[in-house]
Ligand binder design. Structure first.
Ligand SMILES: C[S@@+](CC[C@H](N)C(=O)[O-])C[C@H]1O[C@@H](n2cnc3c(N)ncnc32)[C@H](O)[C@@H]1O
Length: 284
């Protein structure tokens, strides 16, 4: 019989030999997922035997990982802002830098304390931005939007599961074309990678994450610029926009935004690595 500790060691070595970073954590998560136990139960039962069918299950999961399938898609979830969000290949895997966007928006909403503000999360993917805001600022009315019906389905599931609130709607449309009411805040993490750069990204991203979540057109800013220009139609005069961007797009976007919103204050904020990742457009 094979023991848990033996399979853990061989999984770690295999992941390591295939240049998979965090092989210790990833092997723990793959093995505990296959055995349907938590990570701490895994380590408490390190000397237990595992059956042949469990071994096969682990091997299948490890093979998927060795073929560059991201761990989050194999496990079916990713943690973001303290919650576990369901993910599959219809949605981008939540990135830690997006937590800074969420924090900036929550700070802004608490500071402004608007009564029942209407908030849009445009390009919502798995729904992380809207769900995290709604969980922390419960008096908002949230509309989460995605052009991809399969992403909108996942967002809807996550919003129900995480917020346990009815204060949201999920729309399937191109940017804000389906929105009629004036809104208080637009949050957006839209695709911002230049088309040509996509094939050069990690295999995990190129082979598995949805192109529609990545491809921002020739310069990477096409979708974001379209949103900025369309926002004048529905943003209240003292409304705000918060965008996640690629740091290299900062100057072009700030120039564009200044032309469209000359009376707003435009700030560029850093992510956890100190990179210019967020643009806020506010009237304080
Ligand atoms: C970079 S992903 C971000 C997903 C999620 N907001 C997050 O932070 O993890 C961009 C999302 O925008 C959506 N999207 C792309 N073009 C869009 C458009 N024209 N209108 C609405 N959503 C769009 C994609 O389907 C994708 O879910």
């Amino acid at each position: 019989m094979t023991k848990i500790k033996e399979i853990l060691l061989s999984t770690r070595n295999l992941l390591n030999d295939n240049a998979i970073l965090d092989s210790d954590i990833e092997s723990d998560l793959l093995v505990s997922y296959a055995l349907k136990i938590s990570r701490s139960e895994l380590h408490m039962n390190i000397n237990s035997d595992i059956s042949a069918s469990e071994q096969t299950k682990i091997q299948n999961l490890v093979n998927r990982r060795l073929h560059h399938e991201p761990l989050a898609y194999i496990l079916g979830y990713r943690e973001f802002f303290g919650n576990l969000f369901t993910v599959n290949e219809s949605v981008l895997i939540p990135r830690p830098e997006t937590e800074c966007l969420v924090e900036a928006i929550i700070d802004y909403l608490r500071y402004k304390s608007i009564k029942s503000p209407i908030i849009l999360d445009v390009g919502c993917g798995s729904g992380i931005i809207g769900a995290s805001i709604l969980q922390n600022v419960p008096n908002i009315n949230l509309v989460s939007i995605d052009i991809s019906p399969s992403a909108a389905k996942i967002a809807n599931e996550n919003l129900h599961k995480i917020t346990k609130s009815d204060n949201f709607n999920v729309l399937i449309c191109d940017l804000i074309e389906g929105v009629k009411l004036p809104v208080d805040l637009i949050a957006a993490n839209l695709p911002y990678i230049p088309t040509k750069r996509i094939p050069k990204l990690q295999k995990e991203i190129v082979l598995h994450e949805p192109k529609i979540a990545l491809d921002g057109g020739i310069e990477g800013i096409e979708t974001i610029c379209r949103l900025i220009n369309q926002s004048t139609r529905i943003l209240k005069p003292d409304g705000a926009i918060f965008l996640e961007i690629d740091p290299g797009q900062k100057y072009t976007l700030v120039k564009e935004i200044t032309q469209v919103f000359p009376e707003h204050t435009i700030k560029v904020l850093p992510d956890l690595s100190g990179l210019d990742r967020i643009i806020s457009i506010t009237k304080l």
